[in-house]
Design a protein around this ligand. Structure first.
Ligand SMILES: Cc1cc2nc3c(=O)[nH]c(=O)nc-3n(C[C@H](O)[C@H](O)[C@H](O)COP(=O)(O)O)c2cc1C
Length: 159
């Protein structure tokens, strides 16, 4: 299967999650293309609730992808505005599966992670994608590397 992984990561945690997914899906024989998003102007904070004008220098073309894994950090108790802008700019996602993945600082998934997954899922669903459950990794009170390994396995089982 052709897989696109698209990740927004400021301090490297969600990128680590993306790399783990890349290795897992590549190991399963899928053809995987990973893109870490770069914006035309630096975006260091903000909320998906704000109206922000965000554009990218490297948004991939996903026309051939059958599965798209979209990941980003929790910012302000929701998804980063960067990953929401990227999903919106992917275009028509009809016939494609989308799996959202998230890294967050706080220890409980209800402190922004679930809301981020729901928001990303809604956005991809509006574009016609079939959205699968996704995964959340927390930092505080957790071992992030273990969380990433565990969530990677759960996501791989969805396919
Ligand atoms: C601007 C900003 C806002 C954040 N807001 C939250 C938040 O509301 N809840 C939370 O759990 N973590 C929050 N965090 C922490 C990040 O979600 C967490 O450190 C994540 O692992 C960062 O991922 P990254 O290294 O891929 O950028 C915030 C971080 C930043 C920079």
């Amino acid at each position: 299967m052709k897989v696109a992984i698209i990740v927004h990561s400021q301090s490297g945690n969600t990128r680590k999650f993306a790399d783990s997914l890349f290795n897992r899906f590549t190991g399963n024989g899928h053809i995987v293309n990973l893109t870490q998003l770069e914006t035309t102007v630096p975006i260091k904070g903000g909320s998906a609730r704000q109206n922000m004008d965000i554009s990218f220098t490297n948004l991939p073309n996903v026309v051939d992808a059958e599965l798209i894994l979209v990941g980003g950090p929790v910012w302000a108790f929701g998804p980063s505005p960067v990953i929401i802008a990227a999903i919106k700019q992917l275009g028509n996602l009809k016939g494609k599966k989308v799996i959202p993945f998230i890294c967050m600082g706080f220890p409980f998934k209800g402190m922004g992670g679930k809301s981020a997954i729901a928001w990303m899922s809604r956005t991809a669903g509006t574009l016609g994608a079939k959205v699968l459950p996704g995964g959340i990794c927390c930092q505080m009170l957790h071992n992030l590397d273990n969380e990433i390994a565990q969530q990677t396995e759960l996501i791989a089982k969805q396919i």
